[in-house]
Design a binder for this molecule. Structure first.
Ligand SMILES: Nc1ncnc2c1ncn2[C@@H]1O[C@H](COP(=O)(O)OP(=O)(O)OP(=O)(O)O)[C@@H](O)[C@H]1O
Length: 370
């Protein structure tokens, strides 16, 4: 369970809550968003509560930034753990204004000083809550309440931010309002965030690292793209199975509104608003939009046709396969999933190690700057 070299965060719990058995162990990188993803009832909230010390499992180990919060006889009580906790429903103090709610968070961070004042302004800016400071919390929308709750959690200067489905209670419009703030947060914070969700679109927009949970166990954990592209994991069987890749923008073709996006081993073209070259952008490619050919197709309407090599395949039911390909002649580039029928697999004689051409029908730019 050793992760990144610098102060990895590691978590392990085993025990029961009522009849539910939990047995998990995973690491999270020192900064960035780790999504805990899995079906309802798989234990996501129980894991967060155990990390916060609100739940004590029979066995547990919690290391945050190199400090033991739980290990053997050590059990740091919840109020001594440096966590910010954001819940599905923002629990703000109704008798306090927005500013007073935020200051309450800051008061938990220790003595106020110049640094604390700067942090207050930064957090207010980051979350766009400046215009709300004088308001009563009853006068806020759901999305605004969540932004204040996140701000309050951040101002307590936590070593770890826990977010339990912070968008689940919001309607689609409020969700879309708040996602850009979360994305900004992602870029600006140098602390680890554990983010519980069962919405894959949120994972794709916000997460760098993924922990897949199922029935109280960890199915897999690792970098987002590595888990998304693993044809043997349940993610690959979803109709919306997709791989997120970190691309760098190239030239913009204004005549056709197409942006070049470079990834290791290949270049994609995607419809886009004008963009500068040399910017990091996350792109998403759905497995259902990737097909494979033995020869480079000519006279195709598909403009993204890249040389690749088959790395691995796994059955999806009885009629289809999830096929992992690596871009480039040697297959060492970025990895994509292709959903192909068993019939095509047999008729083309596809197999591991075979060079192919991947035809990619749709390349989506994931919203939000990376
Ligand atoms: N206090 C409790 N007593 C008994 N069982 C509990 C308790 N808390 C949780 N459970 C059970 O433990 C299991 C895991 O619950 P948990 O809330 O961690 O799941 P989850 O993955 O967060 O689910 P959801 O996505 O629906 O929020 C569930 O079966 C739940 O019913």
């Amino acid at each position: 369970m050793t992760g990144a070299a610098a102060d990895p965060n590691s978590f392990a719990f085993a025990g029961h809550v009522g009849a539910f058995a939990l047995d998990v162990a995973f690491d999270a990188p020192p900064t960035g968003v780790t999504a805990l993803f899995g079906p309802s009832g798989c234990g996501k909230t129980t894991v967060l509560r155990s990390i916060a010390g609100l739940q004590r499992m029979a066995r547990g180990r919690v290391m945050v930034a190199g400090a033991p919060w739980q290990e053997g006889e050590i059990f740091v009580p919840p109020h001594r753990r440096s966590v910010g906790y954001v819940f599905q429903e923002a629990s703000l103090f109704a008798h306090l204004s927005v500013k007073q709610n935020l200051l309450f968070g800051a008061s938990r961070a220790g003595p106020a000083g110049a640094g604390a004042a700067a942090a207050f302004d930064d957090v207010v800016d980051l979350l766009g809550v400046g215009p709300l400071l004088g308001r009563a919390t009853a006068a806020l929308s759901g999305g605004e309440r969540q932004r204040v709750a996140i701000g309050r959690a951040l101002l307590s200067r936590p070593s770890l931010l826990l977010m339990d489905e912070p968008l689940a209670a919001l309607d689609a419009a409020s969700k879309n309002d708040i996602l850009p703030f979360l994305e900004r947060l992602h870029g600006a914070l140098s602390l680890p965030v554990l983010y519980v969700t069962h919405d894959m679109a949120e994972v794709e927009r916000l997460a760098d690292w993924l922990v897949l949970l199922q029935a109280g166990r960890v199915l897999a954990s690792g970098p987002l793209a590595a888990l998304q592209s693993d044809p043997t994991l349940p993610l690959a069987a979803r109709r919306d199975a997709a791989v997120s890749l970190e691309a760098v923008t190239g030239a913009y073709d204004a005549a056709y509104g197409l942006l070049a996006l470079d990834v290791p081993g290949g270049r994609f073209l995607a419809p886009s608003a004008p963009a500068q070259a040399g910017e990091a952008r996350r792109i998403s490619i759905q497995a259902a939009d990737v097909s494979l050919a033995l020869r480079r197709p000519e006279q195709s309407t598909i403009s993204n046709i890249l040389g690749a090599r088959i790395i691995e395949a796994a059955p999806l039911g009885s009629q289809e396969l999830a096929v992992l390909v690596g871009l480039g002649q040697d297959g060492a580039g970025a990895r994509l999933l292709a959903r192909v029928t068993r019939r095509s697999w047999d008729q083309l004689g596809l197999r591991t190690g075979l060079p192919v051409f991947a035809q990619i029908k749709g390349v989506a730019l994931v919203p939000g700057a990376r």
